[in-house]
Structures are given as structure tokens and as C-alpha cells.
Ligand binder design. Structure first.
Ligand code: AMP
Length: 636
């Protein structure tokens, strides 16, 4: 069947199509209904069926490939390299599961995972899935205030953490950030399970902090069977930024997710059992969930978990070829990264790409942010392999737009992630009227008609009303899911993504809410008002730029004062949210550009920062605000 036929069938004969895909995973109880959309937009997939994500990722491979590599851990931060076979992974996951049970974790309880890229992060996620607990992984780059808000929302029974992460050889202590987060949070977890890597000494809170090495030793021989859960049982929540300061807990099911991942591994990533998948993301992001941990393992592949920079070798010395050395050593067939990482490599010696045998690699997949044409061409020429852009979101869990070469080989177009994947009824609509834009090359908001396919978020954790209001009521007159991205579609049906319609920004493939950064900056006593916008950046795609009105202009009277204050404000963001959210610059201005009704003119502000025309300014209250900012960005 052609792509067009498969896509058409996935929408017109939805039940039959997904019932077939569901055969890619094991079910304990077969499902009685494929798609229950009786209460839209709350679609339920494979109801009546019971399954388990850990069983599908680990246990079911024990019969056929117990000694095959499953998890390959490589750290250029600590110089460690270790390959876990499926049977070793099976054993490790049971040790972790037994430890969680010993700490009182029950089915449906939340376990918050705040870990660097170490094997225990994968053990923890799989162990939760095994016992029906709901994991909530928080990216290790987030600091105490971000972490505290997630603790309060998820209300975890246990937090799993480590003494430290490491970045470019510099130890980043996690425990003090976690202790501070728990101090700030209203909800107090019963226990903290600590993985001690021996990187940073830390204090243990008596009665609360447990040592993972001790529990692991105690439970070496404990058998923990998989708990069969309903297909609709939440497997995890993952927080993502939106337009308010409060992050949203994206909630995912179990059965639909397993099926969507299994299908995507075949149709999009073309992975076969026994092959090796290498995703350079982090377990704290959705790509890490779907394509470091669950997807490749469900497909019976080995997955590489890499801790470190793309430019640093095992000996801690600069090495721009480290990734490619892993491709050669582990015969990687599919690799997944982000455009930012490629832009970093582009600055290195191009010979790095020719040093190793990359013949095993079939394609490089890139996602998370717009892939610019020069970057795509550079890496495509350098690798001599197809570069496959794929567009999706934390909410979707797997690609919305790409080319599915596993269904039908199809040309990619530079600048376009591709075409809708099976199950996705993607449309473009007019922002103001909600009218569908059917013609070629018309710019509109990218929306998806329900029911959404398996694997897509079920709801916002404990906030169905927010799920409906945020995603399904933003387009006038229609109940469709909004991606909050602008797009166009060309005459061949290929989509192009033109950036967000909301206040979310994308820094180096990391999604950040400008409101969260603004709230953090506002907590500095010198700040009266602040606006944060995303500004185009050659390396990171976008960077956050902060404009601050001070309570007293005298605080930044001269250049030295201003520089010091800028540093202080950045430090506030670092300690509250994490360095990942730190703005590139903090600029002090007399006023912010607003409408007469007091609404910040974000798009105009962003345009001025990027040297573009700010557009219609008839509603602006005080035009001098924008002029002052324009002057800051005009070369003298
Ligand atoms: P996240 O939820 O962090 O994965 O961020 C999702 C957002 O990243 C999307 O809504 C887009 O704005 C952007 N994005 C992800 N992948 C792509 C892509 N391939 N091309 C353009 N933008 C992308």
C-alpha cells in the first residue's frame, strides 16, 4: 500500500487499521473496543484490554533474545561504558521495582524521577511501568522552583534522584536542588531513593532518604511480576510549558502508547529487532521517553543512552567524532537528534565525520525545532544518508508529520518535516475565523481533528478542564486540537512549520514558557516589570531575551551596575528554574510596548529584536517603548 492509501485508511477505517497495529504488542486480556470516542475529546484506545509497557519493552524479548544488547550506557562525563543485555535489564528493572514496592509504592502512585542520563533512569521508568506506578520524569537541568511545582502537581510517593549530574566534566549537584524543592513544595514525598554515583557528597535526611545500592543488594533475587493494567491506565505524566506559569502535566495511557510506538518504530524509524537505535536526547524530554527508553526496546532493539556533550570524548578531551565512533562501534542503524546539536557539530572540524565507518546508519532523524535548510544540507552532504525531519510535541508522544519510509519510500523536502502520519487528520485553519484553509501555501494554525491517534496525551494530569480549554477551545467555532504552531502546506501536501502561535519558545530544542521565566525574574526585588520573548539565534534556534523595567532606574545607573544586575537576575533564574531557562541577555528599559488595554505586544517586541517590521502598531500605548528596544538591536 502507498503512504496515501495507508493514511487514508487510518482515518476512514480507523478501527480496523489500529486493531492491526495493536497486534505489534502483547496483550494479557484482548481489548473489546479499539477506539472509544463516546466522550470527546477524551478518546480511549483499546478499552477492555490489559497490557504492560515493561512487559512489551523487556520481558517479551526474554524468550527470543535474552543475551542481546538492550541498554548501552556511554558516559563521556565519567568515562563509563556498559552494555546491559535484555536479561540483565530484566534483572535490574526488578531490583528497582522491588525497591519501590519496599518503599510503599502502589499501582497508580506517582514516582518522580529526577536523574541524569544514567541507566538507573531507564530502570526507574521501566520499574514504574512494571508495577503500574505513574512516573514523572523531570529534566535534570531544572532547578528547585521548577521541581517544586512539579512535585506539588504530581504528589509523588517517592522521588528517585542521584547525588549529581555532570556537564563538560563539571559536577552539578542534584541533591541540594532536590532538598530545596521538597522544602518549597507543599507535598512531601514519603521517601527519596538516592543513587550515589560518588560524584558529590550529600546529606541524607534520616527516615526519608533511602540508598539505592543497599536496596538493590537486598532485592537482587526478588521476582517482581508485571502488573497487568488497563490499556487506559496512565503510564506517565511529563510536564511541559504552556502560556501560563504553571506547567502542564501531559498524561499518557499505556496500551495506546505501546501500539503507537511499536507502529512508529516500523513505519517511521524502520527499526528491526537486534539493531541499535541512538537518540541523543535526554530522558527528561518526550523524545527520551519515546525513543531512548520505550520505542527501541518495544521493537527489540538495543538503545544507546549517552551522557555527555557531542564534542567530548571518553577521556574528557575534545572529540567532535564521539557520536560517530559510537555509530561504528555499536552498528547504529537509526539515529535521532536535534538541529541544534547538528549546528554545534557544524562548527567543528568536518573531518570528524569521515573518521568512522558509518555504513550501518540508514538515516538520521531530527526533531524538536525547525530544521533550517543550510543545517539539513550540511549534515546530509557530510553523512551521505537521508536526513529525516519529524515534527511533533510532548503532547503527541510520537511524530505528527514526517515521511514514513517504512510505509513507502518518499522524498523529503528541505525545510518541511513532511506529511501527516497515520491516524493524524491534520488541517490548517484561519486563526480568527476557524475556517479551514484548503488551498496551497496559505498560512494557518496547524490543528488536528479528533479523535486523536493512540499515544497522544489523554488529558492534563488532574485537570480535564484545562485540557479542553487549552487545546480544544482555542480555534473559534470548532472543537479541534490546536498544536499552537503556524504552518503552511504546499501543492504536494508537504507541511512547513512557521513557529508558535503562543508564548512558548524553543531554545536548543527545549520548550520553555516565557511566563515561567518572567515569573522567576519578577521575584528579584529590583524588578518592577518584565517581558521575555524568544529571539532567533544561529546556534540554538531561539534564545530567551528579557526586558526589565526597574523599580528604580538608578539601580542600573551606569554600565557596571547594569552588568552586575543582569548577572544577579540570571542567577535568580539559574537557581529557581535552571540554567536551561536562563535568558541570553537581560536589558533594562524605561517601559514595555503595550496596547492601550495593557496587553504586551509580544509579536512586535520579537520582530524588533529580530530586525523585522513590527507590523501594525496602531494599538500601541507608548511608541517610544519600542523605539528604545529597537535602538538596542540596531548596530551603532
Ligand atoms: P516539545 O513539546 O518540547 O517537543 O516542543 C514541541 C514544539 O517544538 C512544537 O510545537 C514545535 O513548535 C516545535 N517543533 C518540534 N519539532 C519540530 C520540527 N520538526 N520542525 C519545526 N518545529 C518543531
Amino acid at each position: 500500500m502507498t503512504y496515501a492509501e495507508v493514511h487514508q485508511r487510518s482515518l476512514s477505517d480507523r478501527e480496523a487499521y489500529w486493531a492491526e497495529q495493536a497486534a505489534l504488542v502483547d496483550w494479557q486480556q484482548p481489548f473489546t473496543r479499539v477506539c472509544d470516542n463516546d466522550n470527546p475529546p477524551f478518546t480511549k484506545w483499546f478499552t477492555g484490554g490489559t497490557t504492560n509497557l515493561c512487559h512489551n519493552a523487556v520481558d517479551r524479548h526474554m524468550a527470543t533474545r535474552p543475551d542481546a544488547p538492550a541498554l548501552i550506557f556511554v558516559s563521556t562525563e565519567t568515562g563509563q561504558e556498559r552494555v546491559y543485555s535484555f536479561s540483565e535489564l530484566h534483572a535490574e528493572v526488578q531490583c528497582m521495582a522491588a525497591s519501590l514496592l519496599a518503599l510503599g509504592v502502589k499501582q497508580g502512585d506517582r514516582v518522580l524521577v529526577y536523574l541524569p542520563m544514567i541507566p538507573e533512569a531507564a530502570f526507574a521508568m521501566l520499574a514504574c511501568a512494571r508495577i503500574g506506578a505513574i512516573h514523572s520524569v523531570v529534566f535534570g537541568g531544572f532547578a528547585s522552583v521548577s521541581l517544586a511545582s512539579r512535585i506539588d502537581d504530581a504528589e509523588p510517593v517517592v522521588v528517585i534522584s542521584a547525588d549529581a549530574g555532570s556537564r563538560s566534566g563539571k559536577v552539578v549537584a542534584y541533591k541540594p536542588l532536590l532538598d530545596e524543592a521538597i522544602r518549597l513544595a507543599a507535598h512531601k514525598p514519603k521517601a527519596v531513593l538516592m543513587v550515589d554515583r560518588g560524584l558529590s557528597a550529600f546529606e541524607r535526611v534520616p527516615g526519608r532518604d533511602a540508598d539505592y545500592a543497599t536496596l538493590r543488594e537486598q532485592h537482587r533475587a526478588t521476582v517482581v511480576p508485571c502488573t497487568w493494567v488497563d490499556s487506559t491506565h496512565p503510564s506517565y505524566t511529563l510536564y511541559t510549558s504552556g502560556t501560563t506559569g504553571k506547567p502542564k502535566g501531559v498524561q499518557r495511557d499505556t496500551g495506546g502508547y505501546a501500539v503507537a510506538l511499536a507502529a512508529s518504530m516500523k513505519q517511521i524509524f524502520m527499526g528491526q529487532p537486534g539493531e541499535t537505535f541512538f537518540s541523543t536526547s535526554d530522558v527528561g524530554w518526550v523524545v527520551g521517553h519515546s525513543y531512548i527508553v520505550y520505542g527501541p526496546l518495544i521493537a527489540g532493539m538495543a538503545t544507546i543512552m549517552y551522557e555527555g556533550l557531542p564534542t567530548r570524548g571518553m577521556d574528557g578531551q575534545p572529540d567532535a567524532a564521539i557520536w560517530w565512533s559510537l555509530v561504528e562501534r555499536y552498528k547504529v542503524t537509526a539515529m535521532f537528534s536535534a538541529p541544534t546539536a547538528v549546528r554545534v557539530l557544524k562548527k567543528q572540524d568536518p573531518a570528524a565525520l569521515k573518521k568512522y565507518d558509518l555504513s550501518s546508519l540508514r538515516a538520521l532523524f531530527l526533531a524538536g525545532e525547525p530544521l533550517d535548510e543550510p543545517t539539513a544540507r550540511w549534515i546530509s552532504d557530510a553523512l551521505g544518508r537521508p536526513i529525516i525531519d519529524n515534527y511533533w510535541q510532548t503532547e503527541s508522544g510520537w511524530p505528527i508529520l514526517t515521511v514514513a519510509n517504512g510505509i513507502e519510500p518518499r522524498a523529503s523536502k528541505f525545510g518541511s518535516p513532511g506529511v501527516p502520519m497515520p491516524g493524524y487528520d491534520v488541517k490548517l485553519v484561519d486563526e480568527a475565523t476557524g475556517e479551514e484553509l484548503k488551498g496551497a501555501n496559505q498560512k494557518g494554525v496547524l490543528v488536528i481533528e479528533g479523535p486523536l491517534p493512540p499515544g497522544f496525551m489523554q488529558t492534563v494530569w488532574r485537570d480535564d478542564a484545562r485540557f479542553v480549554k487549552t487545546y480544544w477551545q482555542s480555534v473559534p467555532g470548532r472543537q479541534v486540537y490546536s498544536t499552537f504552531d503556524w504552518g503552511i502546506r504546499d501543492e504536494d501536501g508537504y507541511f512547513f512549520i512557521l513557529g508558535r502561535t503562543d508564548d512558548v519558545i524553543n531554545v536548543a530544542g527545549h520548550r520553555l514558557g516565557t511566563r515561567e521565566i518572567e515569573e522567576s525574574i519578577s521575584s528579584h526585588p529590583a524588578v518592577a516589570e518584565v517581558a521575555v520573548v524568544g529571539v532567533a539565534d544561529n546556534l540554538k534556534g531561539q534564545v530567551a531575551m528579557a526586558f526589565v523595567v526597574l523599580r528604580d532606574a538608578a539601580f542600573a545607573a551606569d554600565a557596571n551596575d547594569a552588568l552586575k544586575l543582569e548577572g544577579d537576575i540570571m542567577k535568580v533564574v539559574d537557581t529557581q528554574l535552571g540554567a536551561v531557562a536562563r535568558p541570553a541577555r537581560v536589558r533594562f528599559v524605561n517601559s514595555l510596548p503595550k496596547t492601550r488595554s495593557g496587553k504586551l505586544l509580544r509579536r512586535a517586541l520579537q520582530a524588533v529584536c529580530e530586525g523585522r517590521d513590527p507590523g501594525d502598531l496602531t494599538t500601541i500605548e507608548d511608541p517610544t517603548a519600542l523605539l528604545q528596544i529597537k535602538a538596542l538591536f540596531t548596530p551603532a
